[in-house]
Design a protein around this ligand. Sequence first.
Ligand SMILES: *[C@@H]1O[C@H](CO)[C@@H](O)[C@H](O)[C@H]1NC(C)=O
Length: 216
Amino acid sequence: MRFLTSLAVVVAALSAAMYFLENHLEKFYIFSPSELHALSQEAISLHGNDTSSAVSHIVTQLSKSHPNHVNLAEEWVFNNAGGAMGAMYIIHASITEYLIIFGTAVGTEGHTGRHTADDYFYILKGEELAYAPGKGSYEPERYPQGSVHHLRRGEVKQYRMRDTCFALEYARGWIPPMLFFGYADTFSSTLDFPTLWRTTVITVQEMLTNLAKMKL
Ligand SMILES: *[C@@H]1O[C@H](CO)[C@@H](O)[C@H](O)[C@H]1NC(C)=O
């Protein structure tokens, strides 16, 4: 009985904390969708299809505007999720935000996942197509270079990156639950544990160093 009472108190306290945080998520964000869109467009106007230089420009500028919250060690890892495959460079990861360069040189297609965060996909090179089923929906949504695809929290779509396509991806909301989607394909399909290991090391390192700097 005493155990059940303690458990009820803990659950109530956790729910209250989650409810409070949920209503104050905005306060924890350090990046803004408009800032990232402007920066992506600037990188394209300066470097065109030289995506390597465009990415360097983005990361250098972000490390100036957000010192201590940008990972300058450019390490790429594969990511398989929702049936799609690409690679990513994690620029920032914390409990409420992540920022990555995601893409592939050969094209891919899959399920976006249904997430506990808003997702912004700024196309740096190539084009992304998306499809949301519904009455009268027979044409793809098209996101060319320089545009942004905003997938709202809870929404799902089918997406396709045609041939070479790279994007700056920004997610804001609850990031830890998204990791299940990011990891599921490893266990059901790829069994690529070295990749899983590096992804986990970088993500945990990023989240903990940000937490240590009081960045939730
Ligand atoms: C990048 O290459 C594509 C395909 O060749 C072209 O349509 C596009 O205009 C190029 N973008 C820039 C910014 O030069």
